[in-house]
Design a protein around this ligand. Sequence first.
Ligand code: ADP
Ligand code: MG
Length: 273
Amino acid sequence: MSDIADEPAPMREPVLSLRGISKHFGAVSALTDIDLDVHAGEVVALVGDNGAGKSTLVKILAGAHQPSSGTIAFQGRQVTLPDPSAALRLGIATVFQDLALCENLDVVANIFLGRELSPVRLDEVSMEIRAWTLLNELSARIPSVREPVASLSGGQRQTVAIARSLLLEPQVILLDEPTAALGVAQTAEVLNLIERVRDRGLGVVMISHNMEDVRAVADRIVVLRLGRNNGIFTPDASNQELVSAITGASDNSVSRRAGRRSAVAGRNPEAHP
Ligand SMILES: Nc1ncnc2c1ncn2[C@@H]1O[C@H](COP(=O)(O)OP(=O)(O)O)[C@@H](O)[C@H]1O
Ligand SMILES: [Mg+2]
């Protein structure tokens, strides 16, 4: 009997893979030598103190900033993301903290705000059906898609922004602080939504300051500190471990040593570089 059958199935290659990404703003080093992998069907939480470089990293992936050095591979192919529409066309969607919804427009109109990029033009009725179907698939709690966004709760707005970003069927979605400023019930709703997005097979990168939210939904937790990788954790990591990595309180400990190595291979023991 061959023992090949007993071997674990090889892990699929990451949908998005960053190697050695650095970003300088003049004399400021916002990011230094960042490695990051995102697989289909996983939620990667990006955590770190203010100024750690989280937003800069997301903006690079969104095509809003250009890296000073390093490479980005998407579905195994090295790519450049010269502008946000290039990232979108490739399949990387971003929901920035400012959701950029139009208050006076209804849910359908907001979901289709980016439709000029879509290959298929739809009439009003088809758009309404598509919006309704999408929200339904996401089990979103939005009573009417003809409701103006102004009348929605914070959680519902986040839901509409996420639904809009799914319209172009991206492979990766980047969420900058999706639960910031939300109450307990609405946070639970949005975390639920993130799980459904992951279950659709997308790779999700979520920035968050809330360790409880992060642990509830993330498959991996990536810590940035002063623009560098400072550890990768599983969701069962203790608050103390995470806070140490975030603040650098234990720079001589495991989290520090785990950092750069595991950024490449640590979470994926089957992978060969
Ligand atoms: N456009 C910019 N120009 C100059 N410095 C910037 C710019 N954007 C970010 N930075 C700097 O880069 C570092 C990382 O910032 P940022 O990515 O916003 O961190 P985070 O999102 O983790 O709080 C900070 O020192 C910040 O001041
Ligand atoms: Mg930020």
